[in-house]
Design a protein around this ligand. Sequence first.
Ligand code: NAD
Ligand code: ZN
Length: 604
Amino acid sequence: MIPARYGASRFPGKLMQDLAGKPVIVRTYEAAKATNLFDEVYVVTDSEVIFQEIEANGGKAIMSQKEHDCGSDRIAEAVENMDIDIVVNVQGDEPFTSREGLEKVLAVFNEPDADKIDLASLMTEIHDWKEINDPNTVKVIVDKDNFALYFSRSPIPYPRDKNVEIQYYKHKGIYAFRKQAIMDFYRLPMRSLEAVEKIECIRYLEYGKNIKMAVSNTTGVEIDTPEDLVRANKLLKESKPDAVNNKFRNFPMVPKVVFGEGCFDQLTSILSSHKKEKAPFIFLVDDVFEKNTEFLDRINLRFNDKLIFISAEEEPKTSQVDDLVKDIKAEFTYAPSGIIGIGGGTVMDLAKAVSIMLINKGSAADYQGWDLVKQKAVYHVGIPTISGTGAEVSRTTVLTGPVRKLGINSDFTPFDQVILDPDLTIGVPKNQWFYTGMDCFIHCVESLNGTFLNAFSQSYGEKAYDLCLEIFLGDSLSEEESRAKLMMASWHGGMSIAYSQVGVAHAMSYGLGYVLGTKHGVGNCIVFQHLEEFYPKDVALFKKMVEKHNIEIPQGICKNLSREQMETMITVALGMVPLWENALGSNWEAIITPEKLKELYLRM
Ligand code: NAD
Ligand code: ZN
């Protein structure tokens, strides 16, 4: 529900002001709808003008019958006779409302303490003292479980002791209410704290309700003043706010890489120049090597260096990253000299994420998305022991978080050093060799057939694609050549998507991974064999490779999904907007509907 009052006191008529060709309220409505998180989206308004504008743009609007002091009373009236669980209040003046924030505010209702929550809302870290002091910015303080203690236009807490480190939070006017909570409060009289601060949510505190706050650090622009509107217009004109698919990308590449059979033994000398006094190197090593003493002896632990075995049984999780970081911080006083990941994509991604989270505050889940990492990571080294994902070269680390499966994609994610030793891949079991190798093949197919393709991506993609055909369909390579070439195919495949994007198979594979825990490589294979419609030539080649190597691809894995599981799977897949845009163009939503996805999943 988007409550929309025409006569805002600070900036009258603001919701009907023009924002890059459409009124602010229409932009907000479209943004809320585009999140795909809601069964229905409505604007609730006292204004005929707003009502008609929304309807004219194909949206749904409700006229409030009564006078209301605040947005939630307006919503309460509108939902009184509707059959709903949770209603979310999206402010009309937040045209850049993002899926990320709304997802977080909804996610709290799945946490263990959910039954204590009457309503949930969002807060954002703020650092600039001017903003902290600005009465237009509502600050919030919370208890240890993130329940709100108070909201104020004053800086809270007051920083009497300047030496105490304190994080200030700004409140974002997005709420998710249980229906009962909003009805309980309907027309309760305003009390003095709310009246004097002019902050609506204080009323809930004054009546003793529990407001759970979720942290969301994506910044939007609220339209509170005419200056905000100028800024927002500029933002929309200069760049799309979610400039993921921007035409020009300025991305870092791995600055140092060593290649060749046996080059793993360079590790000790490479690390020696990065050793900081008293600060250990932490080695994250795939536990498949746990009993392989010959290999472990080559790692050469020094001083207080630490080796942690990692199971690649499950896809890496944000909570796993948080736990690793907590343990490392608890054990060592000094930030590590470096993190060295030795393993497959799973360990590569964990090593990247841990190195970021040793420096950046909060949970890894806070950084899932594009360019949310603010501080440089600890020095980190990637040493792949299986080829295909391109995780050794990419700018992302794919993690399963509490609300989504998404990468931490940032300039600080790529490794500072990579060691490519094809001999390390000698022990990889055949099926796994194929699944992970196909990840590379599918990266190339999706990049080369995507709408984002340019010569940069194409030159890497074509090379990797040809290498894959040589390795998986040819007969002329020795095992040794094949290992070396697959390692380079993985690298080039990763580079190819750096300037483009993956596509249909990955979007759908993410859905499988999120709901069923299906691993990335095999998940891609399960999906890809059914995508003739999108990639006809390459699906045919893929089937030949499966046959040639006598590989088993699991079948029928979506047969017994519950309705809810299927819906989640579809929502997760549809949420991968840049992937669909790459695969099918900006009009992708007309082609890939939830029904279409369901039909495809049911075939798998
Ligand atoms: P993996 O890391 O999950 O490993 C698969 C299996 O191979 C594990 O059982 C592992 O123990 C075993 N293994 C690895 N090396 C071995 C060796 N030398 N000998 C014997 N067994 C060995 O597999 P993966 O396919 O490399 O990685 C998948 C992960 O990579 C997923 O989590 C996926 O999300 C991620 N990924 C990341 C990116 C990125 O750009 N960051 C890209 C693609 C995939
Ligand atoms: Zn992949």
